[in-house]
Design a protein. Structure first.
Length: 157
């Protein structure tokens, strides 16, 4: 069996926003963190509760991420997805990652988007929500608190 080298790491520039967030050099509304990953609210969400799960180690995309980090990324994405779904009372969740500029990747650091979906419109408490716009501070603070608590509840089961 051929061992595929998935350890390609891109030299981390001082410009990688997600590396800065992982190192606490840049602020974010963090909802979950472990040794390998960190999850935080998307600054310009597509839907209420849109959250990103990011590796703390820099890999430029999903295809170039080490196996051990992929496993942790999957575990963290599962926990955070469940917490987000409960927190915003969504009927579904989209999990996605973009690989390459042509696929829509904007920040070249592996990350999973957790995007809630509903059968109808957003719940009443998010009636003000505008997709892909920076939201009110109260939006981020509320969701950070609720999602973080739901993560703790899930992990305690």
């Amino acid at each position: 069996m051929t061992d595929i080298n998935l350890s390609k790491k891109v030299v981390v520039s001082n410009m990688c926003l997600f590396c800065k967030i992982a190192k606490k050099e840049e602020s974010a509304y963090i909802v979950y963190e472990d040794e390998y990953t960190i999850a935080f609210l998307d600054k310009f969400p597509l839907a209420p509760g849109h959250t990103l799960v990011v590796t703390k180690e820099h890999f430029d995309d999903f295809l170039n991420t080490k196996k051990e980090y992929l496993e942790k990324l999957a575990f963290s994405s599962n926990i955070v997805s469940r917490a987000v779904k409960e927190s915003v009372k969504s009927s579904g969740i989209r999990l996605l990652t973009n690989v390459g500029k042509s696929a829509g990747q904007v920040i070249f650091h592996v990350h999973i988007h957790i995007i809630p979906t509903w059968d109808g419109s957003y719940p009443e408490e998010f009636s003000y929500f505008e997709p892909r716009k920076e939201q009110r501070k109260e939006y981020y603070e509320f969701l950070q608190r609720v999602i973080s608590q739901n993560v703790k509840n899930i992990l305690s089961l």
